[in-house]
Design a protein around this ligand. Structure first.
Ligand SMILES: Cc1ncc(C[n+]2csc(CCOP(=O)(O)OP(=O)(O)O)c2C)c(N)n1
Length: 573
């Protein structure tokens, strides 16, 4: 019996099936919830789950399960765990695995597979999920012998959560799940060739101090690595002691307080004027756990921080020099690196520079043209921020609403902003919010989503309803695939091709059909009341905000243009 809660005495069994061993391993790893969906090849695993001991949430689609596990991981830093059956169950995980891989999220993905004697015969529901996912996992295992299972699970959790985190796949053929063995969980792991560098080289730190002391226009670019490493306090100390302003990437939001006087906002395509112009003018750019991707550099490296010496701190040596030429590479866990760097830090000679960049921040704030008759999406996000005091975990989907959340909800702490940054996966936000809420039951969790993205995974309302997960869903309903519509308006001469979402369901009725409370708001007055009632409601709630359909996200840098070519929009506060 595996972790039985059935009240019966534990049988004096010394041998267990592979599935029972798997569950014991998960309990050893202190997994408190798994998300999944059963099927033929995982019947033995689900039979063991029936005994209890591990909380399982039945998603309504494997994509929902994996994004929920991902949201759990992003909210806690602990690996999220998902189980799916072979063939279509496993392939339905692919988008979620790629989503986690692109954002370095720790996940353990368990798939069943057909029995080994059937492998390679095109058996019913056979898919080579190892092969399919090879480029999008940190590591993967096909378990061929039940006696390897405990070691593999131990290694999988270790690999998923150490160094640069990422998803690890464990594919378990049905015969292995049914085979029997004794159970011993290994105490430690030893993986040949896997020893992530955790501490910075002292010589590189000495060089860092030198360039800081010489810099006149330094700036920090903090990315998701700061959040992953839990390095937010060290970053504040570093920035305050050196007096260097901080820019946070989309994935870095919350890694440095959005209310801090040294914060300049987000860079890149929809970044602030202050952040982008600081990147253009800086003479010392210190990248911390950021990978200089093309939404930040716009792929125009000839126009990106060209006057700067670049320092790059990252746990992953493969990131150094990948996109930008690095003057001082510092490989290590950025929390350790900053802790070591913070001893004997020089102050940069940046007073005039700080005056300049904060001047930009005051002169060119984010703004939009508000309206008394039409609900503006930016107003809705600001309203969420003001009514919650920013004390919430906010997940987003992908599109315009994602950028408005990044711009108008100022995140004060890490793991409070949860979004698919690298892959940009529509359908991510709502299930991720369910996982985040289970991980942080005391916390208000808000899922801000588009009317397009919500339709990709809204079947998970069943999970919210059944498990009474009190997530507040905010649909920024512009009746369009808004971000695509914006690009067609700006770059394709208003030739709107297949972006009209007419025919969407009545989201209030749809939500109510799942037994979840819902409101609709088309004016500010309705929005204020609906949101207040949704917040006060103890269970899950959905508010469908009908916003102006033609609103665009500004500022904007067109693809292929440099950061010096920002379109500011015609909005005025
Ligand atoms: C799975 C997936 N398919 C397509 C896209 C391309 N895409 C990016 S944003 C977007 C529009 C999103 O529309 P909606 O969810 O309504 O959000 P809005 O932009 O209106 O806020 C699309 C189609 C994507 N990111 N993910």
């Amino acid at each position: 019996m595996v972790g039985s809660q059935s009240g019966k005495a534990e049988s004096p069994k010394t041998e267990y099936t592979g599935s029972e061993i798997l569950l014991r391993c998960l309990i050893e790893e202190q997994v408190d919830v798994v998300f999944g969906y059963p099927g033929g090849a995982v019947l033995p695993i689900y039979d063991s789950l029936y005994e209890g001991g591990l909380r399982h949430l039945l998603a309504r689609h494997e994509q929902g399960a994996i994004h929920a596990a991902d949201g759990y991981a992003r909210a806690t830093g602990k690996p999220g765990v998902v189980i799916a059956t072979s063939g279509p169950g496993a392939t339905n995980l692919v988008t979620g695995i790629a989503t986690a891989q692109m954002d370095s999220i720790p996940m353990v993905c368990i798939t069943g597979n057909v029995s080994q004697e059937l492998m390679g015969t095109d058996a019913f529901q056979e898919a080579d999920i190892m092969g399919i996912t090879m480029p999008i996992v940190k590591h993967s295992y096909l378990v061929t012998d039940v006696c390897d299972l405990p070691r593999i699970v131990k290694e999988a959790f270790h690999l998923a959560s150490t160094g640069r985190p990422g998803p690890v796949l464990i594919d378990i053929p049905k015969d292995v799940a049914n085979a029997r063995d004794t159970f011993h969980y290994p105490k430690g792991v030893s993986i040949r060739g896997y020893q992530p560098t955790s501490s910075a080289h002292p010589l590189q730190l000495a060089r860092l101090r030198e360039v800081i002391a010489e810099a006149k226009r330094p700036v920090i670019l903090a990315g998701g690595g700061v959040v992953t490493a839990g390095a937010e306090k060290e970053l504040i100390t570093f920035a305050e002691q050196t007096q260097i302003p901080v820019i946070t990437t989309l994935m870095g939001l919350g890694g440095f307080p959005g209310q801090h006087p040294l914060w300049l906002g987000m860079p890149g395509m929809h970044g602030t004027y202050a952040a982008n112009h600081a990147l253009l003018e800086t003479d010392l750019l210190i990248g911390i756990g950021a990978r200089f991707d093309d939404r930040v550099t716009m792929g125009r490296l000839d126009k990106f921080a060209t006057k700067a010496k670049i320092v790059h701190m990252d746990i992953d040596p493969a990131e150094i020099g990948k996109n930008v030429n690095t003057f001082i590479p510092i490989v290590g866990d950025v929390k350790n690196v900053l802790q070591a760097a913070n001893v004997d830090l020089p102050q940069s000679d940046s007073a005039a520079w700080i005056e300049k960049v904060t001047g930009w921040r005051e002169s060119y704030p984010l703004c939009y043209r508000d309206s008394e008759d039409r609900l503006k999406p930016q107003w809705v996000i600001r309203h969420l921020y003001e009514t919650t005091g920013g004390d919430a975990v906010v997940t987003t989907d992908v599109g315009q609403h994602q950028m408005w959340v990044a711009q108008y909800f100022h995140f004060a702490r890490p793991r409070s902003f949860i979004s698919s940054g690298g892959l940009g996966t529509m359908g991510f936000g709502f299930p991720a919010a369910l996982g985040a809420q289970l991980a942080t039951p005391e916390q208000l969790v808000i899922s801000v989503t588009g009317d397009g993205g919500f339709q990709m995974t809204n079947q998970e309302l069943a999970v919210a309803s059944l498990a009474n997960i009190p997530v507040k869903v905010v649909i920024i309903n512009n009746q369009n695939l808004g971000m695509v519509r914006q690009w067609q308006e700006v770059f394709y001469h208003k030739r709107y091709s297949e972006v009209d979402l007419s025919g969407s369901p009545d989201f209030v009725k749809l939500t109510e059909a799942y037994g979840v409370k819902a409101w609709r708001a088309k004016t500010k007055e309705e929005a204020i009341t609906a949101w207040a009632e949704a917040l006060a409601h103890p269970g899950p709630a959905v508010v469908d905000f009908w916003v102006a359909p033609d609103e665009n996200v500004y500022p904007m840098v067109a693809p292929g243009k440099g950061l010096d070519e920002m379109i500011m929009g015609d909005e005025k506060a």
